[in-house]
Every structure is written in structure tokens, then in C-alpha cells.
Design a protein around this ligand. Structure first.
Ligand SMILES: Nc1ncnc2c1ncn2[C@@H]1O[C@H](COP(=O)(O)OP(=O)(O)OP(=O)(O)O)[C@@H](O)[C@H]1O
Length: 326
């Protein structure tokens, strides 16, 4: 049965113009062919990337690859020489005020006003966003609890350790309830527990529908939290990949109290290992293939003492495309 069409216009009425669906601006971050030079140095040469809402996108690359320069352009603090940036469909150059309302920016190395107490640092930021005072106080209290600094709320900001300052920096980036978060090395200086907590916080923030772009050098950690990785080198985006378990070659390291027996069993299974110290490294096609290999070795009663990935998929991809240091 065909669906009914629109009612016919009454005789004599001019036909109304067909309603065109308005294209919705793409939410999240869209960067196309961006370039930014300083004197003769192209800090960012040709970077394109997409970071989507509900996802954590990792921006990774060697020192000096252009990550901070790119993030400054996203945060409206630097203008590109060419190319386009869109934050929730808005242009950081011509619509900077609107972009600033939507974005949460955490710079690498966040300075605090040392004379202020910890809660005052966030309340001043809230005042800059014109958040009414009672609302600002409640929000600041919530954020300090989120980053586990509520016990230090009344202390002067100067007493904070480096890791605690990082956590205050994250809280500061969240004061305006941003839809897009741009975090430059948020895990640097954090102890292992704080890193795990940061990972959980970022997951929650993405789960609430926010776009999260995070730069870091800690690949194993990014492998666990990021949905997507963009690798940059020499100011260019060189690879963009999902981290949802696409088949890649993985390296596993195996050790045994009986290395000769291990080597013999691997040879029998047609696996050619590389010797690395006391361990043997083997290449497998996927995590499933790794579990199958381990099962076969154990079934053959090879005394295995360790069986673990030597490199994550992200580390493998990173090393493959960043052969030099910039
Ligand atoms: N204001 C500036 N003036 C001159 N050169 C600059 C400036 N800012 C950045 N650069 C240069 O641009 C390149 C990219 O720097 P950027 O800080 O963006 O790299 P990065 O990927 O963030 O590095 P890291 O991982 O070490 O933080 C570097 O060679 C740097 O020296």
C-alpha cells in the first residue's frame, strides 16, 4: 500500500516552496587541511581529523609533531594560516565567543593563581563564564569532588602537587559544562591511581555525549581508553584508526621454565619466534589467535610462566609511522 501524499493545495493558492531539509552541522571536531607556521617552521603542516561526540579520540605523535599547536587552534587561541576547523559546526576564527562557550580546554602545564584557594580558582573561572554565584558554588563543589580535590578546597593553590594541579586543570576545563573537551597531556604527572580515575572520568564524559580529544604519550593507556587514534608526525596527520579490535599483527612475549621445550613446541605449531632475552616473541594475527596459541602450548604441557602482549596495536601503528622523532 502506498503512503498518502501531502494534501493537495486549495485551488487558487500558490504552491508553497518545497521544504528542503537543512543540513545539520556536524557535531564534534572537524579539521581539514590545517596549516600553521611560525617564521619558517611549519608547526602544523597538513592536519585533518574528525573527533566525534560520545568518543574519546587520541591525538598522538612524537615531541614537536604539532599537537599543542593544533589544540591551541581548536581552543581559539591561535589562528590557522589555512585550512578549516569546526567545533560543533562553529568556526573558532569568526565565531570565537560561541566556540569558547562550548569548549573545555586543558593546556599542557596549567598555571594556577597561587594566592587563591583551590575553590576560588574555579569560582573565578565560573565568574568569567558569567555563571551566577550560587550555581557556580554548587558546580565548583561537584567538580572538586569529581577530581578528588574536595579535601583541599580551602587550601591555597600553591600547595598543590603537580598531579593535583593537573586534576584542578581538568576541573577548570569542565566549569562551563562543555560539549567538546580538548585536553593536552592530561595524564602527565598523575600517579597510577589518578590515571585510572582520569580514564574513568573521561569515559563518563564521553558517555554523556561529549566529544573528547586527548593528547598523550602513554600509548598503552590510550589503547585502553580511546575509541579512535589520530597519529601526527612532522605537522601532518599520517594515520587515523579505530581501536575497536580491527585485525592487526600483534606481538606476544612468551617465557617458560623450559625454553628448549617452548621453542620445539612453537616450531611444531609452525610459529617462528624471535629470541628477546629469556623470552620468545611471536607474531599473531589477533587476540583470539593469541588465546588459541596459549591454549595449545598449555595443552602440550609446556611450562609457561608468562604470556603477554609485547606491544599494543596502537604502539605497533605508532612505531610504524613515526620512524623519526618529529
Ligand atoms: N610559538 C612558536 N614559535 C616558534 N616555533 C614554535 C612555536 N610553537 C611551536 N613551535 C614549533 O612547532 C613545532 C610543533 O610544536 P608543538 O608544541 O605543537 O608540538 P607537540 O606535538 O605538542 O610536542 P610535545 O609532544 O613535545 O608537547 C615544534 O618544532 C616547535 O618548536
Amino acid at each position: 500500500m502506498s503512503s498518502p501524499g501531502p494534501p493537495a493545495p486549495a485551488p487558487g493558492t500558490p504552491p508553497s516552496p518545497p521544504t528542503q531539509p537543512q543540513p545539520q552541522p556536524q557535531r564534534g571536531i572537524v579539521v581539514e587541511g590545517v596549516r600553521r607556521t611560525f617564521g619558517g617552521v611549519a608547526a602544523v603542516d597538513q592536519i585533518s581529523l574528525v573527533a566525534r561526540p560520545r568518543e574519546i579520540t587520541a591525538l598522538i605523535g612524537p615531541n614537536g609533531a604539532g599537537k599543542t599547536t593544533l589544540m591551541l587552534m581548536l581552543a581559539t587561541l591561535l589562528q590557522p594560516d589555512s585550512g578549516t576547523v569546526r567545533i560543533d559546526g562553529l568556526d573558532p576564527v569568526t565565531q570565537a565567543a560561541q566556540v569558547r562557550r562550548r569548549i573545555g580546554w586543558m593546556p599542557d602545564g596549567f598555571g594556577t593563581w597561587d594566592a587563591l584557594r583551590v575553590h576560588e580558582v574555579l569560582e573565578i573561572v565560573a565568574a568569567a563564564y558569567r555563571i551566577p554565584r550560587p550555581q557556580a558554588r554548587a558546580r565548583v563543589a561537584d567538580l572538586l569532588r569529581l577530581v578528588h580535590l574536595d579535601d583541599l578546597a580551602q587550601r591555597p593553590a600553591r600547595v598543590l602537587s603537580r598531579g593535583q594541579k593537573q586534576r584542578l586543570g581538568l576541573a577548570r576545563a569542565l566549569v562551563n559544562d562543555p560539549s567538546v573537551l580538548v585536553l593536552d597531556e592530561p595524564a602527565s604527572g598523575l600517579d597510577p591511581r589518578s590515571r585510572i580515575e582520569l580514564r574513568d572520568i573521561l569515559r563518563d564524559l564521553a558517555g554523556q555525549g561529549r566529544t573528547v580529544l586527548v593528547s598523550s604519550h602513554i600509548l598503552t593507556e590510550l589503547q585502553e581508553i580511546a575509541d579512535h587514534a589520530v597519529i601526527v608526525a612532522r605537522g601532518r596527520s599520517v594515520q587515523s584508526q579505530g581501536l575497536g579490535g580491527a585485525p592487526v599483527t600483534l606481538t606476544y612475549r612468551v617465557t617458560s621454565t623450559d625454553p628448549e621445550r617452548l621453542a620445539a613446541e612453537l616450531a611444531r605449531l609452525g610459529v617462528q619466534p624471535q629470541r628477546v632475552g629469556r623470552a620468545l616473541e611471536v607474531l599473531v594475527a589477533s587476540e583470539v589467535a593469541a588465546t588459541d596459541l596459549l591454549r595449545r602450548l598449555v595443552t602440550a604441557e609446556v611450562p609457561i610462566t608468562a604470556f603477554a602482549p609485547a606491544q599494543g596495536a596502537l604502539e605497533t601503528a605508532y612505531l610504524a609511522v613515526t620512524e623519526d622523532r618529529r
